[in-house]
Write a protein that binds this ligand. Structure first.
Ligand SMILES: [Ca+2]
Ligand SMILES: [Ca+2]
Length: 162
């Protein structure tokens, strides 16, 4: 069996029906001109929707593949690509992506309102007041800014206690 075939088999086993449904929806939303292919820009938007960050140029190239006759990514290929990404997702990266997504101005810290939005996403069932509490506790120097390190500690604590 070739490397590519093995890769596909492995990835297809890991994808659930719920994932597939979600990916089909995202694909449809991002395929703006409805031609059944995601262009480079469409694909970037899909990654933002799914993973909460904008992919770099090299990452986009990697997702698109070496095909120089690039027409776009079909739904099947998209599902395969994303299944691979989903399975390699680790908690650190995920936290990093959430942090980056809410650190809208890329300042390297979150303010309370950014944090509340991020917290809501990590722990949607916890009340808003908990987010405020968590922010206060994590902001050791009380300057109203939460660094990634502080944020990571809170998220890890939150995950362990939900
Ligand atoms: Ca398209
Ligand atoms: Ca601080």
């Amino acid at each position: 069996m070739s490397y590519v075939n093995r890769l596909c088999t492995r990835q297809q086993r890991e994808i659930t029906d719920a994932d597939k449904k979600r990916l089909t929806t995202v694909f449809a939303l991002c395929d703006v001109d409805k031609d059944g292919y995601l262009s480079r820009e469409d694909l970037k938007m899909a990654v933002i929707m799914l993973f909460g960050y904008k992919p770099s140029k090299s990452e986009t190239n990697m997702l698109i593949g070496p095909d120089s006759q690039f027409q776009g990514v079909t739904l099947d290929r998209f599902v395969m690509l994303v299944a691979g990404k989903l399975s390699e997702e680790d908690p650190y990266l995920k936290t990093r992506q959430i942090f980056n997504a809410f650190d809208a101005h890329q300042r390297g810290f979150l303010r309370i309102e950014d944090f509340q939005a991020a917290f809501c996403r990590v722990a949607p069932r916890l009340p808003e007041r908990t987010a405020v509490e968590a922010f206060r506790q994590a902001d050791h120097d009380s300057d109203g800014h939460l660094s990634f390190k502080d944020f990571e500690a809170v998220v890890n604590y939150g995950r362990a206690n939900i």
